[in-house]
Design a protein around this ligand. Structure first.
Ligand code: IPE
Ligand code: IPE
Ligand code: MG
Length: 240
């Protein structure tokens, strides 16, 4: 029986965030280059996005490239960037067909101009869609985002926009790249690593964390449904 039938559709997580990990290991285990794993991971992105949209999740954030990933060998970085451009371009019609809106968070200025332009084009072309919002975290790191927010707030206080004592968590959250997105209810990491790796440190404060040994290229719709099912079996207390 699919996990889909076990899910209570009235209690879905509004926002699911995923650390898509294990592409390199998946490829190595098969005797291929790491990039082969990244290529295979594109199908998992397609399936997961479709599954989230079909079931009625409002936001899906995918950690596709971290600030630290710039330190990988240039050939791997280049391959990941061209994979990104190709996928975005190819998938835009499908996103529109499925009423999915694309958004991006991260230090997008660091992306090669070509990638940024294709990304912006897809964001504009899907802006009017009202179904799932698919958020790509690209050149993203939570510490970068938090430091940026602090700088912005300091400038505003210096300018006299508000007083230091008026800074609260609501105002702070409004200075993050996720300002228009609710906090994730569920965070999934694939491939067995039990860490956050600089992902959404502020926003995950009360998220339920779900770890699976499945490598990202093997992640399919039922893996997402299973994570949602496990999420629904937990009791969220929010400290109360
Ligand atoms: C995740 O897979 C994709 C990115 C970080 C871009 P990895 O490339 O981290 O694969 P592993 O973790 O080395 O197996
Ligand atoms: C986190 O995975 C970043 C992405 C999935 C994009 P990494 O593979 O880069 O993280 P570490 O090195 O295992 O912490
Ligand atoms: Mg990894």
């Amino acid at each position: 029986m699919s996990y889909l039938e076990k899910i209570d559709k009235t209690r879905l997580p509004r926002h699911i965030a995923i650390i898509m990990d294990g592409n390199g290991r998946w490829a190595k285990e098969r005797g291929y280059e790491r990039i082969f794993g990244h290529q295979a991971g594109v199908e998992s992105v397609r399936q997961t996005t479709e599954a989230a949209a079909e079931i009625g999740v409002e936001y899906l954030t995918l950690y596709a490239f971290s600030t630290e990933n710039w330190e990988r060998p240039q050939a791997e970085v280049d391959a990941l960037m061209s994979l990104l451009v190709d996928s975005i371009q190819r998938e835009t019609p499908t996103l529109n067909k499925n009423n999915i809106r694309l958004a991006a968070i991260g230090n997008l200025n660091r992306l090669p101009a070509g990638v940024r332009e294709k990304l912006q084009a897809c964001i504009s072309e899907t802006a009017k869609n009202t179904g799932l919002t698919l958020v790509l975290a690209l050149s993203y790191s939570a510490r970068w985002e938090i430091v940026n927010a602090v700088r912005e707030i300091c400038e505003e206080v210096e300018r006299g926009d508000y007083l230091r004592d008026e800074i609260d968590d609501r105002l702070f959250a409004q200075r993050l790249t996720t300002r228009s997105i609710p906090d994730p209810d569920l965070m999934i990491r694939t491939s067995g690593e039990l860490r956050i790796s600089n992902f959404l440190l502020w926003q995950l404060a009360y998220a339920e964390l779900y770890f699976t040994p499945v490598h990202w290229p093997d992640f399919r719709k039922d893996d997402l449904y299973r994570a949602i099912y496990e999420f629904q079996r937990r009791e969220r207390r929010f400290g109360k």
